[in-house]
Design a protein around this ligand. Structure first.
Ligand code: KG4
Ligand code: ZN
Length: 340
């Protein structure tokens, strides 16, 4: 297993932390050769959320074919693969175990290194798949279903937490408001579509902690939307969700700009499922122009869970730390390793 991990190294990434079964082949840490994502959204839709046991079983069925397809789409022989990376956490324990076990088995049988990847770190890296030329420091706004954080990235693998949510994550707020309003599951994309038809200035929802540091709070906003709808049942749905979305995005980009100024960042990076939101993408670019810094925006497919970002981080961690011992298990509550 004396593989050299350099620009020519091909890493197979595997992602099964939640409800997407994904495999990808990435060359040299940023060149996506193939990326296959099989979403279980339809399986979970009737439950209005991800059912862990259903997710684990679906990963078991789907992972083999998804990996095979990623190899076929890459047009390579599997003996060309130099390492196998898999998400070890955070996520659903049963779902994670499917990917981790498969990755270890493949690494053993191909006699190549295995590397365990932190899913949060992978979201931080998703934007670099499109543009790997980074000048540090950069500030990453990571907004997903489970996390909302502002992270200063001082170098590869070196992070400082600048702020995070004290209650709900931004994606969670989107999902909860969508559910309350009777919109489709998953809620984020449904609100994004509906808001396009509405007036974002129709209701002036509160911007919690807007002028107060770099932490976030979204649970009060969700309650405000519910109270507003109860008091004004005849208000146009599109206006209400457009106003809600505008409030979330306003807080996110204001704080991202403030964080960038605070650490004299050379760029702002967006990551996580909510990075697919059209208003957030637009306002994020505006704030980068206003601050005169570079914008790193993942392509739509790289915002939500995928395995290309896992393979990319796997490549970097293999170079910095070497392979992960095979006795590592799934770590459902894994956090981002930060300095001070
Ligand atoms: O990163 P991700 O795929 O999974 C986690 O690691 O959490 O993020 C999923 C979250 C969900 O809350 C979903 O509603 C939200 O991202 N999301 C969006 C959009 N697309 C996905 N939120 C707002 N607008 C979107 N277009
Ligand atoms: Zn994710």
């Amino acid at each position: 297993m004396n593989r050299v991990i350099d620009e020519t190294a091909l890493v197979l990434g595997i992602e099964t932390s939640c409800d997407e079964t994904a495999a990808a082949l990435v060359l040299g840490g940023s060149d996506v050769v193939s990326s296959v994502v099989s979403s279980q959204v339809d399986l979970h839709a009737s439950f209005g959320g991800v059912v862990p046991e259903v997710a684990s079983r679906a990963h078991l069925e789907l992972l083999g074919p998804v990996i095979a397809r990623s190899v076929v789409e890459a047009g390579i022989d599997e003996r060309r693969i130099d390492a196998v990376a898999a998400t070890v956490g955070p996520g659903l324990i049963g779902a994670l175990l499917v990917g981790v076990s498969a990755a270890k088995g493949l690494a053993l049988s191909w006699d190549v290194p295995f590397v365990g990847v932190n899913h949060l770190e992978a979201h931080l890296y998703a934007a670099f798949l499109d543009d790997p030329t980074i000048d540090f420091p950069v500030v990453v706004l990571l907004v997903s279903g489970g996390h909302t954080m502002l992270v200063e990235m001082q170098d590869h693998g070196r992070y400082r937490m600048l702020g995070q949510t004290i209650d709900d994550a931004a994606g969670e707020a989107f999902d909860k408001v969508a559910r309350f309003m009777g919109l489709d599951y998953p809620g984020g994309p449904a609100i994004d579509r509906e808001a396009a038809e509405g007036d974002p200035t129709a209701v002036n929802f509160p911007r919690a902690m807007l002028n107060d540091g770099l932490n976030f709070s979204f649970s009060g906003l969700k309650t405000s939307v519910m109270n507003h709808v109860r008091r004004h049942p005849d208000d146009d749905l599109a206006d209400v969700v457009a106003s809600f979305q505008a409030a979330v995005v306003d807080v996110l980009v204001t704080k991202a700009g403030r964080a960038a100024r605070q650490v004299a960042a050379k760029g702002l990076v967006l990551g996580g499922g909510v990075a697919a939101n059209s208003l957030l993408r637009e306002c994020f670019l505006d704030v980068c122009v206003a601050e005169n810094i570079r914008a790193f925006l993942p392509s739509a497919g790289m915002c939500t869970d995928n395995a290309a970002m896992i393979a990319a981080v796997g490549w970097h961690r293999l170079r910095s730390d070497g392979p992960t011992p095979l006795d590592i298990g799934a770590i459902p509550n894994l956090r981002l390793a930060v300095i001070d």
